[in-house]
Structure formats: structure tokens, C-alpha cells
Design a protein around this ligand. Structure first.
Ligand code: HEM
Length: 500
């Protein structure tokens, strides 16, 4: 026996350290591959996963351009339902409307959770989740219902949301007029206009365009830091996530707390002015102490502000990109505005039914520039069968909204901006169930109605007053490529707004 051990040691000593290390590595990989082959889970096809890191290396290579188009070729290789392992976390990507509908609508009972255990979410809200976006189960349903009904109440309050958006559209027009036709970047002022709407709902205030509310700049900086991509879904995020991100989140929380304190000083339970007043009321009344906790209601405030600003601002930024790139579309929208609204008043939602080309243009912006390309991450709360595969509890499920909206099976010539695709032979707007920029199922965007109202009133007011052009000597902005974090933003660009 000792002879055998001795000859083994001599054998390895002669091989040298690098060879031994390679040998050990190959052994480990083979063992791991054998064990994963034996695994009882029959995952859908997907790229090869390595020990510890999963498919992160391939994701880093394929996704390095940070465009929502980066992973589209993978669907050609693996199919519309794809398994990806990110470190220790399993994830399924769904690349067709039918699969997303199967998961988010027909299997909503088990595919509507958020993965609150993954590091960035756990670090933000705790493992039990909080608010609307990051809460699960019965409490999520109740808090979502509460948020929707309060949004409706504020919309029907003393000054309706529609009127507020109309007022803000006037401010925005005035602000752009001050440029006197010179080249400017629409980026920040569009964000300020949109954030003023949500500020009105939540804090009861609007800010002048000269002042940048600290909350907005903190939010924007924090969104820009969401560059971890797939790493964010793994425990490796703990090591690699920029610490600054959480400093910004804490700053954001402290700014909201200041607003709460400001509100407390003039709080009157019989006169609820905005969501912060509602927060004070609900937490004082202790409606259902398990659900309406301070933390849950506080997080709803964060959710509304964060989900309601960058998304709609990006939709307007992309709208102007497509408008300057398609002067013919701009002219047709302006013609419709002149016929239906004229120059004497601001657009209202009732006008939309009589403005099919304008509606088609906005639909085309929502489709072509999918501002939340991957939707929000869902997770299975129980084992669930999808496309015949049994997906275990605790798997992240992503619906690739961008892919559905750019699949030529659903939309012919998908990378060209063509509002006409939304009109039938009689010039009426066509409805398509494949049009899912706000996702589908019980997790569907809670602010869809508000976002649609803002997009219509803001864009119509801008084109009623100005003709937008690419400044002389500058390149046309890209209508396809942009900056993709959780939301999809166009690259910075300038326009000239010529008074009509
Ligand atoms: C063009 C603008 C917008 C787009 C494209 C958009 C899109 C989305 C998408 C794709 C989701 C994820 C749905 C899912 O997980 O399946 C979502 C969730 C959500 N959005 Fe929006 N959104 C927009 C504007 C807004 C606005 C203005 C608000 C605020 C009032 C808002 C509030 C929310 C909330 C609270 C959720 C989480 C819903 C839940 O988890 O139950 N969104 N949105």
C-alpha cells in the first residue's frame, strides 16, 4: 500500500504544479458536469454553465455592447424559452408573446413574485420585500390595490392629473421657447416636466426648471449606476455592486423623510393633499398593521417616484429622436393637431380618439423604443410548468418585452419607425395583443394610464407649438441604439425647436 502511495506522489511530483492544477480543474469540471446531468431538473436549452459563475462569462461577452439587441441571437440558437445560470441563480428568459402570456397570465398564481432574496433587492428592502414593486403575495395585492385607488383619487381631486399635465406641458413649451430656436438637449427638461407630475401626486409640489430637485438628480445618478447587468442577480453582486449606489438610495430615503416631516407640520386628516399625507394618515390609523407598515407605505412613495420618472421621460426623449428623424411623421401629426385641437388650447385625452395618426405615432414609439426592455424580474413562488418544462420554485423569470416588440413575426420590418403599421385601411388604429411595453398579467405596470396620458399630452403640446429639427452640422440621433440599464435611454442628442 505504501508503495502505491509513494509511486503516486512521485508521479505528481514529476508532472509539475501547473499540470496538476489543470488536472484537478478538469476533474472538478467533469464531476460537476456529471452531477448537473444527473440533476432531476429538466431545464430548457441554454448556454453552457460553468461552476461558480454559471453563464456569466458568455453574458459578459455577448452583452458587452449593453444594447437590448445583444442577446437576441441566443434565441436563434436555444429557442424562445432559454435557461441561463447566473452564479448560483437559475433564470429563464422568455422570448415570445405566447410564452410570456403562459407565464405571467395563465400561471400568474405562481409566476408573479419578485426575487426578493437576490442581493440588490434584499439590500434595498429586506428579504420580505416592501412597497408595490418589490413585495409579494397577499400584501403585494393589497398594497397594489391601495396604490391604484389612491392614484385615482388624486386624479379626481381638486385639480385632476390631466389638468396638472396640461399645466406642466405649458411650462415645458415656455421653457423650450426660451431657447429661441437654438440647439439644446431635451434630456433634462423632459425629465423635470415628467418628474413634476409624479412630484405633484406624491409631494404636492412642482419645481421650476431652473432648480433641479435633489431627488431627481439622486434618482438619475442611481439609475445610471444600474450597470451590473446580470451580475446583479447573483451573490457576486455583494462584492461588485458599487457602494455609492446604496449611499444614493439612503440619500433618496432621507429626502423623502424630510418631505414627510414638512407635511406633518400642516397635516389635516380631513384634507389629504397628496400621497405623503396619505402615508401619514394610513400609518397613524394602523389599518392593517401587518400590511400597512410604515416601511411598506414609505416604499410605495419610492416606487412611484422611481418607476414613474425615468420611464416616461425616456419615452418622450425617444419620441423626439423619431420625430427629428422622420419629418414626414412630424408633419402628419401637426396636421392632425391643427385639425382637431388648433392653436388655442392644450390637448386633452378625449382628443386622442379623433387623432389616429398621433396615437399610432405614440404606439410606434412605445414599440420601437421599449423603455423597459426586460420588464421587471418575476420569480416562481412554486414549481411551475412552462412550455412543458418543470421550473422549480425560486427561479427568476424574465419576459423579454424588447424581443416580442422587435420580432418580425409580430411586427414586419421591426427596426424601422413606421406609425402607419398601426392604421388599418380606414385609417383606424389597430389593436395588437403583442403590444406589451407595459408587460401583462397582474404585475402589469401600475402607471400605464398615467404614462399614456403624459405621453399624449406632452408630445402633442410640443408639436403643436414647435417643429423639431436636427441642428445644422449635427448627426441624426440613433433610433435603435441607446444606453441600456434597467431602462433604455437614447444617447444624448440636441434638437432645434422652431416656433410654428
Ligand atoms: C412609458 C412609461 C412606462 C413604461 C413603459 C412602464 C413599464 C413597466 C413595466 C414593463 C413594468 C414591469 C411589469 C412586470 O413586472 O411584469 C412596470 C412596473 C411598474 N410600473 Fe411602470 N412603466 C411606465 C411608467 C410608469 C409610471 C408613470 C408609473 C407611476 C405611476 C409606473 C409605476 C409602476 C409600478 C409601481 C410598477 C410595479 C407594479 C407591480 O410590481 O405590481 N410606471 N412598468
Amino acid at each position: 500500500m505504501t508503495d502505491v502511495v509513494q509511486s503516486f506522489s512521485e508521479f505528481f511530483a514529476n508532472l509539475g504544479l501547473p499540470t496538476v492544477l489543470i488536472f484537478v480543474l478538469v476533474m472538478l469540471v467533469s464531476l460537476w458536469m456529471l452531477s448537473s446531468m444527473n440533476s432531476r431538473v429538466n431545464w430548457p436549452p441554454g448556454p453552457v454553465c460553468f461552476p461558480v459563475v454559471g453563464c456569466l462569462p458568455q453574458l459578459m461577452i455577448s452583452g458587452r455592447r449593453r444594447q437590448p439587441t445583444d442577446l437576441l441571437p441566443w434565441y436563434d440558437t436555444y429557442g424562445d424559452i432559454m435557461h441561463i445560470q447566473l452564479g448560483e441563480q437559475h433564470m429563464i428568459m422568455l422570448g415570445s408573446y405566447e410564452l410570456i402570456e403562459e407565464a405571467f397570465v395563465r400561471n400568474a398564481a405562481t409566476v408573479s413574485d419578485r426575487p426578493t432574496w437576490i442581493y440588490p433587492i434584499r439590500r434595498l428592502v429586506g428579504k420580505d420585500g416592501a412597497g408595490v414593486i418589490l413585495k409579494n403575495g397577499h400584501a403585494w395585492k393589497e398594497l397594489r390595490r391601495f396604490t391604484l385607488s389612491s392614484l385615482r383619487d388624486f386624479g379626481l381631486g381638486r385639480k385632476s392629473l390631466q389638468e396638472k399635465i396640461q399645466d406642466e406641458a405649458r411650462y415645458l413649451v415656455q421653457n423650450i421657447e426660451d431657447e429661441n430656436g437654438k440647439a439644446f438637449s431635451p434630456r433634462d427638461r423632459v425629465a423635470k416636466a415628467v418628474s413634476n407630475i409624479i412630484s405633484f401626486v406624491v409631494f404636492g409640489v412642482r419645481y421650476d426648471y431652473e432648480d433641479t430637485p435633489e431627488m431627481l438628480s439622486v434618482l438619475e445618478e442611481s439609475v445610471r449606476m444600474n450597470k451590473g447587468g446580470p451580475l446583479a442577480f447573483t451573490n457576486l453582486a455583494r462584492l461588485l455592486f458599487p457602494k455609492k449606489k446604496f449611499v444614493l438610495v439612503d440619500k433618496f430615503y432621507s429626502l423623502i423623510r424630510q418631505e414627510v416631516e414638512r407635511h406633518r407640520q400642516s397635516f389635516d386628516p380631513t384634507d389629504i393633499r397628496d400621497f405623503i399625507d396619505l402615508y401619514i394618515k394610513v400609518t397613524q390609523e394602523r389599518l392593517d398593521p401587518e400590511i400597512y407598515t410604515e416601511w411598506n407605505v414609505f416604499r410605495i412613495i419610492v416606487d412611484l417616484y422611481s418607476a414613474g420618472t425615468d420611464t416616461t421621460a425616456n419615452t418622450l426623449r425617444w419620441s423626439l429622436v423619431h420625430i427629428v428623424n422622420h419629418p414626414d411623421v412630424q408633419k402628419r401629426v401637426q396636421k392632425e393637431i391643427d385639425q382637431v385641437i388648433g392653436q388655442g388650447r392644450v390637448a386633452k385625452m378625449e382628443d386622442k380618439a379623433r387623432m389616429p395618426f398621433t396615437e399610432a405615432t405614440i404606439l410606434e414609439v412605445f414599440r420601437m423604443s421599449t423603455v423597459v426592455p426586460m420588464g421587471g424580474p418575476h420569480a416562481t413562488s412554486e414549481a411551475t410548468t412552462l412550455a412543458g418544462y418543470t421550473i422549480p420554485k425560486g427561479t427568476i423569470i424574465l419576459g423579454d418585452l424588447y424581443r416580442v416588440l422587435h420580432d418580425k413575426k409580430n411586427f414586419e420590418d421591426p427596426y424601422n419607425f413606421k406609425p402607419e403599421r398601426w392604421l388599418d385601411g380606414d385609417g383606424k388604429v389597430i389593436k395588437s395583443d403583442k403590444m406589451i411595453p407595459f408587460s401583462i398579467g397582474p404585475r402589469i405596470c401600475l402607471g400605464k394610464g398615467l404614462a399614456e396620458m403624459e405621453s399624449f399630452i406632452f408630445l402633442t403640446s410640443l408639436l403643436q407649438n414647435f417643429t423639431f429639427k436636427v441642428p445644422k452640422g449635427e448627426n441624426q440621433p440613433s433610433g435603435v441604439e441607446g444606453v441600456n440599464t434597467i431602462t433604455f435611454t437614447p444617447h444624448d442628442y440636441n434638437v432645434c425647436a422652431v416656433r410654428r
